[in-house]
Design a protein around this ligand. Structure first.
Ligand code: NAG
Ligand code: NAG
Ligand code: NAG
Ligand code: NAG
Length: 377
């Protein structure tokens, strides 16, 4: 989701947070893993690209550098698992955290906010990141100034500049990356969410192929570096997020999906992106034998929860957020003064206006791990 420029003071001290973060990882890394009895292939490291659905703390550094307020570096973000904000846009762990735990790897350290080794992995994801270059979105009213240089291309450059510290001489790098797990994304949600402030849906649909092309090119770029396992997540149903439901309501009742109550046109946009992405990934897979190029479904698990919340352990009123008043008051978002937080985050799907709870990420991660473990090229 686009970060919103709130007018409160700057994020808390980065150095103090880093120490707390390191401590909590040491203390908590093995607690509460996703239970799965499937055999798990061992990876030596975990490299991750993406946006707020995967950012484990880069936003703290990037937003501070641009003097932008960052809700996710304020309480109650992180309250359920870490006990303090880490820069994750959730109350606790993200899908990639559960996956790292299940693979016996450390929670993936944010590349810009970690002063130690990246030999077991690095996370380049930044909240608000685009697939395409940020310059495409800078002129959009209201949100354009929040379009930072953190797109997939920028993240790939960060990855490439980290390489000398991971593997040397350079000939060793391919072997090193053979044993790594890569996640390329999710990317795309911000390309579309920012554009909603300045373009209509047919204009937005017209550049979906370009967004998808950017993601598949990025996927091939890590394969060229030696990656043998690349997971490429699709995007979640954008029409279900409490923020979009509040910002872009439909005057016509037919604009809502009767089963889920989500905005149909925004979900159709996500379905369109996901179908083009799956086709593109299949082509990459065909070109690169011996590499696993795995599509991870981010859409269905959310719809599963929206349609059958109780069956999956969630409460009934599923399209409202636990933290903040996004349903009816955009200016009282999570992490802002006056925002309230629910009693039981584990029964909610949405933590804030556009991001999921730890409980939802646990469910998503379970599906993704099954996909990875059962994939045959
Ligand atoms: C990282 O650690 C080194 C050596 O301990 C120190 O000189 C440097 O200032 C640290 N950098 C940050 C960003 O904390
Ligand atoms: C982002 O990168 C472009 C060129 O790629 C540059 O012109 C611009 O100044 C950069 N913006 C920021 C905020 O760093
Ligand atoms: C979307 O915007 C374009 C360019 O302004 C315009 O030509 C087109 O008619 C619009 N489409 C819809 C469905 O509003
Ligand atoms: C929205 O929240 C702000 C900040 O808490 C408050 O000042 C304002 O009155 C609220 N508006 C509505 C319509 O509830």
């Amino acid at each position: 989701m686009p970060p919103i420029a709130y007018d409160y003071d700057r994020p808390p001290c980065y150095h103090a947070m880093k120490l707390l973060c390191a401590l909590s990882v040491l203390l908590l890394a093995s607690a509460g893993a996703v239970s799965s009895s499937l055999p798990v292939r061992r990876y030596g490291s975990f490299f991750n690209f993406g946006d707020s659905f995967a950012d484990t703390g880069n936003d703290v550094v990037v937003f501070a550098a641009h003097s932008l307020a960052n809700p996710s570096s304020r309480p109650p973000y992180g309250m359920t698992f870490f006990g303090h904000p880490t820069g994750r846009n959730s109350n606790g762990r993200l899908a990639i955290d559960f996956i790292a735990e299940e693979l016996g790897l450390p929670l993936v350290p944010p590349s810009l906010a970690h002063n130690g080794s990246f030999r077991q992995g690095a996370n380049f994801a930044v909240a608000g990141a685009f697939a395409r270059d940020a310059s495409f979105y800078r002129d959009i009213p209201l949100v354009g100034p929040l379009a930072l240089n953190t797109s997939s291309g920028v993240q790939l450059r960060w990855f490439e500049s980290l390489k000398p510290s991971l593997c040397h001489p350079a000939q060793e790098c391919k072997g090193f990356f053979h044993k790594a797990l890569f996640f390329m994304g999710e990317f795309g949600v911000n390309d579309y969410s920012f554009s909603l402030f300045g373009k209509n849906l047919s204009q937005i649909r017209s550049f979906v192929p370009d967004v998808v092309k950017t993601i598949s090119t990025a996927t091939e770029r890590v394969i060229t570096q030696g990656a043998k396992t690349v997971v490429v997540p699709g995007i979640p149903p954008m029409g279900c997020s409490p923020l979009n439901l509040a910002m872009f309501p439909s005057a016509d009742p037919a604009g809502y999906d009767p089963r889920a109550g989500c905005l149909k046109q925004l979900n159709d946009l996500a379905i369109y992106h996901n179908s083009l992405l799956q086709e593109a990934i299949k082509k990459v897979q065909t070109k690169h034998r011996g590499v696993k190029v795995i599509y991870a479904d981010f859409f269905s698990p959310i719809i599963d929860i929206v349609v059958s919340p109780q069956k999956l352990g969630f409460r009934g009123e599923i399209l409202s957020s636990c933290c903040g008043k996004y349903n009816f008051n955009v200016s009282a978002g999570c992490g802002m003064p006056g925002a309230t937080v629910c009693q039981d985050p584990s029964s909610y799907l949405y933590w804030d206006g556009g991001h999921f709870t730890e409980a939802a990420y646990r469910y998503i991660a379970k599906g993704w791990l099954n996909t990875i473990n059962n994939y045959h090229a």
